[in-house]
Design a protein around this ligand. Sequence first.
Ligand code: AMP
Length: 181
Amino acid sequence: MLVGPPGVGKGTQAERLREAFDLDHIATGDLLREHRARGTALGRAAAEHMDAGRLVPDELVEAMVEERLRDSPRFLLDGFPRTLAQAEALTAMLERLGRELTAVLLIDAPDEVVIERIAGRQEGRADDDPETARRRVAVYHEETQPVIDYYEQRGLLHRIDAARPIEAVFADARDTLAALA
Ligand code: AMP
């Protein structure tokens, strides 16, 4: 699993780790954007939360993840869990499926670095405007810090310094996972 602030480069690292370890990349932000593009009930329910830079309600995201996890024997979760309730729901899901987490990689960088990276992104995401980006970073500190503490207490957390070039971050993440897998 990858955890880290918005804009830190989790998507880029996830893509490389997916290739290196043959993992199924499950990115909840991407899945929600796909639902919106298809105009599903979930996509419509998620839209206003996403545009405001806030989190989509836990139960909606949890149901979406459980469905995906069922057919993914080797997965890389990216962007989930983002709240303590989601982390607890994931523990219950994995128990039901008889599976275990190998590691949680905290891809971390200071707020100034991630806000600058979001400002420089070319993807044209509506939630990348400066005000919404700052809201997303604030939501991360409020809602996701307890997730970090949860996995640290369970001895699963590994910190990766992401205020470095992409290659250096990837080498660190890859070596950390390779030592465990
Ligand atoms: P991301 O692409 O990971 O930055 O996610 C974009 C947006 O999707 C977030 O700002 C949230 O509104 C929503 N989102 C993605 N993952 C979750 C999640 N695990 N829980 C709640 N909302 C989420």
